[in-house]
Design a binder for this molecule. Structure first.
Ligand SMILES: O=C(O)CCC(=O)C(=O)O
Ligand SMILES: [Fe+2]
Length: 304
């Protein structure tokens, strides 16, 4: 796939077939997993993408309200969403939603991500730019209701390598101390990944429900890093469709359970009818004959 960028160079997403990165899947347990494909985009192309994104995207560094205090977000962001989606809002900030048509080359990466993740369907994109070593993302999970119960979040990285950390949320069922003791020797509750230039990293299943992630500050102030996080924003239409499907399923199961109870009664009535019906002509003829004989006897009795 090719598209001419506003900068005049060809932007492609067709990775070098000889250098195509392998898809690795890490099962985090309890229905959470991450996928990473290094060299998802070829190195040279990824540098072109970095240049394009750095110059063409209208980056903003928003002011947020966190625990009642205002602070500046420690990275630049931009938000792109398909038409008709409800507005995104977090920590008292509502980013302006740009359209995919404002940045047509981004559709090339969107298509490549869809191709790499069969069944995925992303309709919004949050772009992050880390300009210096002090830019970062604190521990959080992207578990907003608008992403649904098991969000799939696919992120493509460009530029300077940064660490991506995952840590398990404390279990609600057990006190914090006994949780770590219980998990000892079992599945790890911390993971660290290197977000390399051109890498596709995906979190899915219950990862947002059960895990926190962060991109910590770098000790050495390095070069710029840009990251694209593709998300599927549940529209109210999806929610309504789900409720409607649930109602239909409920009515159908109610109908089946009533049918299962009523069916034996109906079949008993049918069985009785099947036995009685052939006798009906005989019963009618017999009754009429009786009537006629009784009438005949009474008429002759009156005359005599
Ligand atoms: O920069 C990254 O790789 C992660 C960004 C992130 O976690 C987010 O935008 O929610
Ligand atoms: Fe995140």
């Amino acid at each position: 796939m090719n598209s001419r960028s506003p900068l005049g160079f060809e932007l492609t997403t067709s990775p070098n077939p000889n250098d195509k990165g392998r898809k690795r899947i890490l099962d985090l347990g309890n229905g959470s997993e991450v996928i990473y494909i290094s060299r998802f985009l070829p190195c040279d192309e990824s540098w072109k993408w970095l240049g394009y994104l750095d110059k063409e995207i209208p980056w903003t560094r928003p002011s947020l309200r966190v625990f009642g205090r205002s602070c500046t977000q420690q990275r630049d962001i931009c938000y792109i969403a398909s038409e008709g989606l409800p507005e995104l809002s977090y920590s008292g900030y509502q980013p302006c939603a740009y359209s995919w048509d404002d940045f047509p080359p981004l559709k090339i990466i969107l298509d490549a991500v869809h191709e790499a993740l069969p069944g995925s369907s992303f309709n919004s994109l949050l772009l992050n730019r880390y300009k210096s070593g002090s830019d970062c993302v604190a521990w959080h999970s992207d578990d907003e209701k608008l992403y649904g119960p098991t969000p799939e979040i696919a992120s493509v990285s460009f530029g300077c390598e940064m660490d991506f950390l995952l840590k398990k949320k404390p279990s609600k069922a057990l006190p914090a101390q006994s949780t770590s003791r219980c998990l000892k020797g079992k599945a790890a509750d911390h993971h660290s990944f290197m977000l390399k230039h051109g890498l596709l990293f995906v979190m899915r299943g219950h990862t947002q429900r059960d895990w926190l992630h962060s991109v910590p500050k770098r000790v050495k102030a390095g070069a710029i890093r840009i990251n694209l996080t593709f998300r599927n924003h549940w529209s109210s239409k999806h929610g309504a469709q789900e409720k409607y499907a649930f109602l239909l399923l409920f009515l159908f199961s109610l109908f089946v359970s009533v049918l299962v109870r009523v069916l034996p009664v109906v079949s008993a009535i049918v069985a009785v009818l099947v036995r009685v019906l052939p006798a009906v002509p005989a019963i009618i003829t017999g009754s009429l004959s009786c009537l006629y004989i009784t009438k005949f006897i009474f008429q002759h009795k009156d005359k005599s």
